[in-house]
Design a protein around this ligand. Structure first.
Ligand SMILES: [Zn+2]
Length: 388
């Protein structure tokens, strides 16, 4: 094996470093980004940071090789919290047991980033026909927000890849579609009254219950009218997550708020459930509420919106991932990623990365060494394919 080919030990060492940075989405990722920037610098690769408004977080964009187009390798640096989870070993200290590497983010998705970084010497050693771009984001786990300012600059002052591989854990299978996520907060404002005279008030909790009933009917409707067997479940799901309202049993509650979400099929019209809910409120609820309290209101605010992903019919990104994995079929998943945002911005995307999504976000998250080795071969094959 030529010296520039990374060993499993190189990948493991890099992964240990990355896992050592607690990059839970609520925290800064600057220490990790600084480490990556220094590592790339050490290999003669310049990088650009796209820093968040508060200076606490940054995306990183780096290019190896010259010319237009090229292939983007994309990963998010943040991970989900460990709070409330029962871990066998320290989640921020990489631990090996039985061929598996345990730690927060090993699977989702520092394993992929470690493979990409470990492949940098190999990429650098080749004469590339087109460049390889490294794209590392923040705040993916809280609505794919961090990557948006990076994507906005692709093709402007940052080199725009002609295809992007998003290395989320797919067990190295090729994923060409995923559902959307829309999270909403609905706030009902009614009117307070003594509970002995409820007719003088507008009960915000009761109104919220009617709205939730409508949301459940929408969920039911989707389950019986939509059917895309590539997805599990095969329809767009709608569900309520949290609810809060009222102050005491003897007061008709003035306010009630609840959060709900839609996980939509790529074919489902965006925002439809929220429009349905608004129409139901306007027609069936607000007129009655306003007879008692003219300021009564029902407001729904969008909190997170991650577009669905569906690769184009002749996607370069999908063709490339199929060629590199040797697979002859693609699959779809129900979780969302940054792929939909790349695709929407004119960068054909595909999802393919090491680790099983079943381990992502869980206690004792791990990635197997075998998966990392498969990913390393995938990246070495990419280098071969892009070499003169
Ligand atoms: Zn992820």
């Amino acid at each position: 094996m030529p010296p520039e080919n990374a060993t499993t030990e190189d990948v493991t060492d890099l992964l240990a470093k990355l896992v050592g940075f607690d990059t839970t989405s609520a925290k800064s990722n600057m220490a990790l980004i600084g480490f990556v920037q220094d590592y790339l610098d050490g290999h003669g690769v310049a990088s650009t940071l796209i820093v968040s408004a508060d200076g606490e977080k940054a995306n990183l964009h780096a290019t190896i090789g010259d010319g237009d187009g090229g292939i983007g390798l994309s990963g998010h640096s943040d991970c989900v919290p460990v709070a409330g989870q029962n871990w066998t070993s320290d989640p921020f200290a990489l631990t090996m047991r039985d061929g598996k590497l345990y730690g927060r983010g090993t699977c989702d998705m520092k394993g992929f980033i470690a493979c990409v970084l470990a492949s940098v010497p190999l990429f650098k050693s080749r004469k590339l026909k087109e460049p390889i771009h490294i794209l590392i984001s923040y705040d993916e786990e809280v609505g794919c927000d961090g990557v948006r300012p990076l994507i906005a600059r692709l093709g402007a002052d940052l080199a725009k890849p002609r295809a992007v591989i998003v290395g989320e854990p797919t067990s190295m299978t090729v994923i060409d579609a995923h559902k959307s996520i829309d999270v909403y907060q609905t706030r009902v404002t009614g009117k307070e009254a003594h509970s002995s005279l409820p007719a003088l008030g507008v009960n915000a909790i009761s109104v919220a219950a009617e709205l939730i009933g409508e949301i459940d009917r929408t969920a039911e409707h989707n389950a019986t009218t939509e059917n895309d067997p590539r997805f599990e479940p095969s329809y767009s799901t709608v569900s309520v997550g949290t609810i809060e309202g009222g102050t005491a049993t003897n007061i008709v509650p003035k306010t009630c708020e609840f959060s709900w979400q839609v996980r939509g099929l790529p074919s489902a019209p965006a925002g439809e459930a929220a429009r349905n809910l608004a129409a139901f409120a306007e027609k069936d609820l607000l007129p009655k509420m306003r007879q008692v309290a003219e300021n009564a209101s029902i407001e729904t605010e969008s909190q997170t919106s991650v577009p669905a992903f569906i690769a184009g019919p002749k996607s370069d990104a999908v063709a490339l991932a199929l060629a590199l994995t040797g697979a002859n079929r693609t699959s779809a998943v129900s979780y969302a990623t940054e792929a939909g945002l790349f695709e929407k911005a004119g960068c054909p995307a595909v999802i393919c990365g090491p680790g099983d999504i079943a381990q992502a976000h869980a206690a004792d998250e791990f990635v197997s060494i075998a998966q990392l080795e498969t990913c390393m071969r995938f990246l070495a094959d990419l280098a071969d394919r892009l070499s003169v």
